[in-house]
Design a protein around this ligand. Structure first.
Ligand SMILES: *[C@@H]1O[C@H](CO)[C@@H](O)[C@H](O)[C@H]1NC(C)=O
Ligand SMILES: *[C@@H]1O[C@H](CO)[C@@H](O)[C@H](O)[C@H]1NC(C)=O
Ligand SMILES: *[C@@H]1O[C@H](CO)[C@@H](O)[C@H](O)[C@H]1NC(C)=O
Ligand SMILES: *[C@@H]1O[C@H](CO)[C@@H](O)[C@H](O)[C@H]1NC(C)=O
Ligand SMILES: *[C@@H]1O[C@H](CO)[C@@H](O)[C@H](O)[C@H]1NC(C)=O
Ligand SMILES: *[C@@H]1O[C@H](CO)[C@@H](O)[C@H](O)[C@H]1NC(C)=O
Ligand SMILES: *[C@@H]1O[C@H](CO)[C@@H](O)[C@H](O)[C@H]1NC(C)=O
Ligand SMILES: *[C@@H]1O[C@H](CO)[C@@H](O)[C@H](O)[C@H]1NC(C)=O
Length: 605
């Protein structure tokens, strides 16, 4: 076999010596990136054509590129993970492209792939024969400065830099969402590549110049991944199976999002048990086990299929430019644009889908609204799609010095909104829901600066449970939960008290020394006397004092906060009491405000 490949290579070389005597790749050491222009990382694809007898099954290619088989099958339009590949079959290999600094002056753009050296390997042979010139041995040497290329040991791990590029800001604006890595073949012309990928010659030349030689990498700019027309597989043994067998094959390839559509399309008359039975019978592929898990997950969320829009992973990927890091709002939440509207798209492992089950039970103006979801079986991720709130989190509003300061009136409204949202989940859901992670960064503000509670990722339904698995955020967690793991609505009341302190003081829940704000309050405020009043003035955010504000109103909110922070959970007020007391404080404020209009005054006249 090796002889065959060698013969093949020699043959190609001869062919080239006739047409162009010197074959030197354009950028042998790699492709520079500039973090001023591109994201530090992005998802992209390499075009890869199956060659040689050792690459005729998907498993060996997925091993080579360290990705799962479905991750290649899906973008490549393969319906089966197990049927053999054909010579010259085209595949799209997903890459995580990053900008890496190699020395003080240069950053190179590539996807890092681990490769374990086997007998007879050299950097050159692996780059040209296995990775088909998607990298060069020169670049492998630069990326692995500690390795001696002529003295490699078998079993040694080497990073192979697969060349890739992330789109620049201008390219993204021009709808160039991917730059597909393609190795220019001897028979290619720029226009043949353009038509194959649905790109244009001008845009390819813009990115790559017009002096492209065989085996050079061409970055093909496209707005979406082109469809690969795969040759239809010869009749396989799978064909004897019935209709749902076909559905299973498809679903494994295309992901559960498709299954969801089938389910909606009336397919679920088959019933969950039948699905499970069918899958149980289907022992041909280890993937089927994963599929079984997915089916049971779908059963879990089947109640909300009619309530929410079910998105396809492609839609979400497009909306977020392939989950571009620059669109991250916070953590794993991305800002996405679909159908003329912005959405917040949260990516999580599907076992975290608890949030979906909780959210389908709640619906209130002060809770962030869930619009839809998507389950992607390929990487076992679950995506929740929420309404997008323009003004970001309360945390940023309060603590980012670049933000416009919030007036006391606004802060009070925000406090009332949060209290209303919490009152709703505590009192009007069966079983009761405890949020468990109330904090200013989980409070979002809409265009009118009305507050909504977000992130039910830790929420629990059912009350007075004991848990050994302590979650939550330092500075907000109630002491009884930390020490005994008691889950009750009163732990949300405690965290809400901390948010009130943040609103009053404009300070963070935990200071630089790691001391919690509520501990400070325990130490300094006990009793509503003259001394307490004086201390309070020092505690209030200067920005609040500068604007219109009534000290009585702040005082009142402070006493609500102190009551909410009571060490004994049973002596903390309920959210119902708090909503009532806060509204009273709102009244107090209206009386004394200087905006010249007070409902009560009007009433008095
Ligand atoms: C790569 O090639 C391009 C165009 O030929 C050139 O502008 C660039 O300087 C080369 N080197 C690197 C490291 O990108
Ligand atoms: C190269 O990367 C480093 C960090 O890895 C960054 O600080 C520097 O600005 C980058 N330089 C360029 C030219 O992008
Ligand atoms: C990146 O931007 C910074 C500030 O805008 C500038 O100082 C730096 O020289 C730029 N780096 C490159 C490589 O363009
Ligand atoms: C940094 O690496 C690039 C690419 O390998 C090379 O062209 C350049 O000479 C190197 N610069 C230094 C200072 O080593
Ligand atoms: C690749 O190798 C590096 C160390 O060489 C290791 O830290 C990393 O986890 C490896 N990645 C994978 C995906 O195996
Ligand atoms: C990779 O490039 C070399 C020339 O640099 C060529 O001989 C070889 O056939 C190419 N490999 C493949 C798989 O196209
Ligand atoms: C080759 O590597 C081995 C161990 O990795 C080392 O013992 C040996 O001295 C090296 N030989 C040369 C010529 O560098
Ligand atoms: C997938 O390939 C088949 C041919 O095997 C083709 O008919 C179909 O249109 C392709 N689908 C996509 C989404 O590219």
């Amino acid at each position: 076999m090796t002889l065959l490949i060698l013969f093949f290579l020699l043959h190609l070389n001869n062919f080239f010596q006739t047409s162009s005597p010197q074959i030197l790749p354009g950028n042998t050491t790699g492709y520079a990136c500039n973090l001023n222009q591109t994201a530090p990382s992005c998802h992209t694809y390499a075009f890869f054509q199956v060659m040689g007898p050792n690459q005729l099954d998907l498993a060996s290619i997925s091993d080579l590129f360290s990705v799962s088989r479905p991750m290649i099958a899906k973008p490549s339009n393969l319906t089966s993970l197990t049927s053999p590949l054909f010579p010259n079959q085209a595949l799209f290999i997903p890459l995580t492209c990053t900008c890496n600094s190699v020395n003080t002056t240069t950053n190179l753009s590539y996807a890092k792939l681990n490769y374990t050296i086997k007998k007879g390997d050299t950097f050159y042979l692996v780059s040209t024969n296995l990775f088909h010139n998607l990298t060069t041995y020169q670049s492998v040497e630069i990326v692995n400065p500690t390795l001696v290329p002529i003295n490699l040991t078998i079993g040694q791990d080497v990073i192979f830099p697969i060349f890739c590029k992330c789109p620049t800001k201008t390219q993204l604006q021009n709808q160039v969402n991917y730059l597909i890595s393609y190795v220019f073949q001897p028979y290619d012309t720029i226009s043949s590549i353009a038509s194959r990928f649905g790109s244009t010659t001008t845009s390819i030349v813009e990115v790559n110049g017009d002096k492209i030689r065989p085996w050079d990498i061409v970055f093909v700019p496209v707005s979406r991944l082109p469809e690969l027309k795969q040759p239809s597989p010869t009749v396989s043994s799978d064909h004897r199976s019935d209709r749902s067998g076909e559905v299973i094959g498809l679903a494994i390839g295309l992901g559960v999002c498709v299954v969801v559509l089938f389910l909606i399309g009336g397919f679920w008359v088959y019933g969950e048990s039948l699905w499970k039975k069918k899958v149980g019978k289907n022992k041909i592929d280890p993937e089927s086990k994963k599929f079984e898990v997915e089916v049971s997950l779908m059963a879990d969320v089947s109640e909300c299929l009619d309530k929410y829009k079910v998105y396809k992973i492609e839609e979400l990927s497009e909306a977020t430019k392939g989950f571009d890091e620059r669109l991250v709002i916070q953590g794993s939440v991305f800002k996405g644009y679909m159908d003329g509207k912005y959405y917040a798209i949260k990516k999580m492992k599907w076992n975290a889908c608890e949030e979906l089950k909780i959210l389908q039970k709640v619906n209130h103006g002060n809770l962030v609204m869930l619009e839809g979801f998507c389950i992607d079986s390929n990487d076992a991720n679950c995506y929740l799609v929420y309404e997008y709130l323009d003004n970001g989190s309360l945390y940023t509003r309060l603590h980012d010095s670049k933000m416009e300061r919030l007036s006391w009136r606004r802060r009070l409204r925000i406090a009332v909104d949060i209290a209303n949202g919490l009152q709703y989940i505590h009192e009007h859901t069966i079983p009761r829901v405890v949020h468990k992670d109330v904090k200013s960064s989980n409070i979002l503000l809409d265009a009118q600066m009305r507050a909504k509670i977000a992130n039910f990722g830790l929420a629990k339904s059912g009350c007075n449970a004991i848990t050994r698995h302590i979650v939550g955020t330092q500075g907000y967690v109630a002491p009884e939960y930390l020490s005994d793991g008691v889950v009750s609505t009163k732990m949300d009341v405690f965290s809400f008290g901390v948010v009130l302190l943040e609103l009053i003081s404009g300070r963070e829940a935990v200071n630089e020394e790691g001391k919690a704000l509520w501990v400070e309050v325990y130490e300094n405020f006990n009793g509503n006397d003259e001394k307490g009043r004086h201390k309070l003035k020092g505690f209030i955010d200067d920005d609040v004092l500068r604007g219109p504000c009534s000290i009585d109103s702040v005082m009142n909110v402070m006493s609500i906060a102190i009551a909410s922070l009571h060490r004994d959970p049973s002596r903390r007020p309920s959210m119902v009491d708090i909503v009532y007391a806060l509204c009273k404080s709102d009244d107090l404020f209206t009386d004394l405000s200087e905006d010249g209009f007070s409902p009560r005054q009007v009433f008095a006249r």
